[in-house]
Every structure is written in C-alpha cells, then in structure tokens.
Design a protein around this ligand. Structure first.
Ligand code: FAD
Length: 401
C-alpha cells in the first residue's frame, strides 16, 4: 500500500492535488463536506448578468479513478496522532494530510449584515444568494447602490470591484444611471489594495462616476434606516446594499490548537506550505493564512507545490497570483504578482476579458491535471519580474495582490 494521504476539502485546491498524486506511490482519500463542486467565479455573472452557467459538478466525477471520495465533514484533525474525525463519527488515519477546506462567509461578525444578506443576497456565499442578488438588482429602480467588502479578507481580490463595475454597467444598460448613485466602499486606503493596479482601475471608476469611500471598515448595518456605518465614523445610506461578508476558516478543531489563527485560518509556511511545525501536514488555498490572494489560481499552484513536496522533491512556493479582473463593458485585465514581484500594471482589453470568460470552460478540464503542461508554459510566459534588489522602495501593498 502507498503512503496514505488524506486531503480535507474537495474544492479547487483539493481536487487538483488529488488528481496530481501518483497512484503507484499514494493511497489518496478526499474528504469533503459537500458532494458538489462549485465554480465560484460564476457567482459574479449569476448575480450581475442573470447568467445560468453550469456552475456545479459532482465532485466524485472530477476525481481520477484511484482517488477515494468520501462525503463527510471533518470536525477534528489530530495532527499529533494523525487522525481525522468526521461529523458522522468516522475516523481516518493518515501518513500525510493536506487541508484545503477553503473559507466560509460569516455575516454574524457585523450587526445587521445577516438581515441585509437574507433580504438582498450577495455574490460570495452560494448560487441561491447570487440569484437573490440578481432579483434585487432587477427590482432596483434608482437610488444608491453601495458595493464593498465588510472585512479585508475576501475571495479573489478583484471581485469587490468587479461587482461595482458590473452593477454600474447593468444600471446603465437599464437606463437607470441618471437616477443611481454608485458607491464603492473598502477598508483599504485606495480602491484596489495594490497601488499599481489601483492606478489602472481608479481612473476607470472616476470616469464611470463610481464614488470611492476608502478606509471604510464596516462596523454595523442598520436595516431600519438603510445605513452602513464604518468604525471610522462614516456612513452610507443605501437603497441596494451589496456587501461581501467577512470570512473565516472551516469549523474544525485542531490538535494542537495553535496551528490556526483567531479566524481559524491555518498558520502555513509561505514557501513550503507546511502547517506550522507539523511534518507531512500542509495547507493550501483559501483556508491557509498565506500572504497571497485567496484565489483558485493560487490554490491550483499551491496544490502543485504540495504534490511536489509529497513526492519528496524540494519546493518553494513563490506566492504567484494571476487573478482575472472584469472591469465591465466587455473589458478585463489580470492581477499578476508574487511574493518577490510587485503587481504588474496590466491595462484592460477585450482579449483579456475573453480569456477570463474562457476560464470557466478551462477550469473543469484543469482540475484533472491533463493540461498542466499548458499552464506551466503560460505561467512561465506571464511571470512577473522580481522587484529591484536595492535602491527602490518596495510597494508593501503589492503582496496584497
Ligand atoms: C465571486 C467570486 C469570484 C471569484 N473569481 C475568481 C477568479 O476569477 N479567479 C480565481 O482564481 N479565483 C476566483 N475566486 C476564488 C476561488 O473560487 C477560490 O479562491 C477557490 O475556490 C479556493 O479554493 P479552495 O480549494 O481553497 O477552496 P474551495 O474551492 O472553497 O473548496 C473548499 C472545499 O472544502 C470543503 N470543506 C469545507 N469545510 C470542510 C470540512 N469541515 N470538512 C470537509 N470538507 C470541507 C468544501 O466542501 C469544499 O469542497 C472567486 C470567488 C468568488 C466568490
């Protein structure tokens, strides 16, 4: 029997990793709380264009035949005794473990947010919420649309701004632009966290009349007065609030307990992807605390790095990110950076938007690992240049993607 590898989580990262491991060397089990795999970027288009993409597939069909799939939620991961316990009471012993449990929305952190979410929907939770937001946008007839993130941690850093751009495009197409105030709020000091990308998007926002409220840390929402209040003392009175909830790591107890931070993200070595001080234990994707984008592309590259590490070869994850960014009206760009390279200032174009749209189709194939050589070449060709070694001040925000 090969080395027993348990992968907890069957999303973007867990699926690619499972399919990348050599069946001759590894006995692989994927344990996932959901039998369904959701292509999360589709939520954007469900919510803002009313699209009906085929956004979900059965997880077990995405896994290669040698991979054992178990639908069950992990409740405890004992990294000392090397046992995972699930909600059904099953126990899975392992030789190596990879945690790829993503992150979950937690509207309860902001008073009033759960009520607003339940009424208007959002585009980061699930398909039902995205469909609800589309209905809310359809019912909108003018007033103030407030779009933004309730905490600094978000899936796919361009996604808050994508929501603002697509909402603005939608109200324009519906002939409501004159009657609509568009406000984008963010806890960051600028519309996009990294300065080079901000230089690209902020002029577009100004040209489209989207107001920017920086340093806006959401404190609470008061549905009765339709007001979002910030810790800094600012407020937005809305007619349609589109609020991305805060996120936390999966609800799993760890032994030892100090491998997760206060928001339950796994404390992960940024280069080896090893869980803090634990041998043959790794974290990938949104559930880690890696200082890079929480994105499917990152989860993909981290999965490949862990596959290399498990195979016994040296690995150094570079923090590479490559997030597609829809700026509306058929144009898009990419946010490209790494730990060592500042974010590239990439201008939007129609071709880049088409590449983003093609990714939905490519995604399902990429999970199998068969087109990995194409990805390897693509990522090599588009690799960002490392920052100059000396004589210039590094842009600290670039690691924020
Ligand atoms: C609106 C939106 C737009 C986006 N756009 C892009 C984009 O353009 N490009 C991009 O790269 N990324 C994008 N993303 C982000 C991307 O979808 C996520 O970053 C990616 O899916 C993270 O992969 P993951 O494997 O870490 O987690 P997920 O894909 O979220 O998978 C988590 C898995 O863990 C399982 N799980 C959770 N808890 C447990 C438990 N206790 N026990 C067992 N299993 C558990 C879940 O069932 C699931 O199978 C977008 C996201 C959103 C919401």
């Amino acid at each position: 029997m090969g080395e027993r590898v348990v992968i907890v989580g069957g999303g973007a990262g867990g699926t690619i990793l499972a399919n990348s491991l050599d069946p001759k060397r590894f006995d692989v089990t994927v344990l996932a709380s959901s039998p369904v795999h959701l292509f999360q970027p589709a939520l954007l288009y469900v919510a803002f264009t009313g699209a009906h993409p085929r956004a979900t597939r059965d997880e077990h069909r995405l896994l290669r035949r040698h991979v054992r799939f178990v639908q069950d939620a992990a409740t405890k991961v004992d990294l000392t005794d090397k046992v995972v316990t699930t909600s059904s009471g099953a126990r899975f012993g392992y030789d190596a473990i990879v945690v790829a449990t993503g992150m979950a929305p937690d509207p309860s952190q902001i008073p009033g947010l759960a009520e607003v979410d339940a009424r208007f929907g959002d585009y980061h939770t699930d398909l039902a919420q995205a469909e609800k937001l589309w209905s809310s946008l359809q019912a909108f007839n003018g007033g103030t649309i407030a779009v933004g993130q309730a905490s600094p941690i978000v899936k796919c850093p361009p996604s808050p701004l994508e929501g603002a751009f697509l909402a603005e495009e939608l109200v324009t197409r519906r002939g409501l632009r004159e009657k609509t105030r568009m406000v984008f709020f963010t806890p960051y000091p600028r519309a996009y966290p990294s300065a080079p990308m901000n230089e690209v998007v902020e002029p577009i926002m100004r040209a489209r009349g989207i107001e920017i409220m920086e340093f806006f840390d959401v404190d609470r929402i008061e549905p009765e007065t339709r007001t979002i209040r910030s810790i800094e003392g600012d407020e937005i009175v809305y007619d349609l609030p589109i609020v991305i909830p805060p996120f936390v790591g999966a609800d799993i107890t760890y032994e030892p307990c100090d491998v997760v931070n206060e928001d339950r993200f796994l404390i992960t070595d940024k280069e080896t992807l090893q869980i803090k001080g634990v041998d043959r234990a790794f974290a990938i994707g949104d559930g880690s605390n890696l200082p890079t984008s929480k994105a499917g592309v990152g989860a993909h590259l981290e999965a490949k790095a862990v596959a290399t590490a498990l195979a016994g070869r040296p690995v150094r994850f570079t923090g590479r990110t490559h997030c597609p960014f829809d700026v509306g009206y058929g144009r898009g760009t990419f946010v490209i950076g790494s730990y060592d390279a500042p974010v590239v200032k990439a201008r939007p174009s129609r071709v880049k938007r088409l590449m983003k749209m093609a990714f939905e189709w490519i995604y399902w194939i990429s999970l199998s690992g068969v087109i990995e050589p194409v990805f390897t070449v693509y990522f090599k060709l588009t690799a960002p240049k490392p920052a100059p070694a000396s004589g210039s001040v590094p842009d600290s925000s670039s690691s924020l993607t």
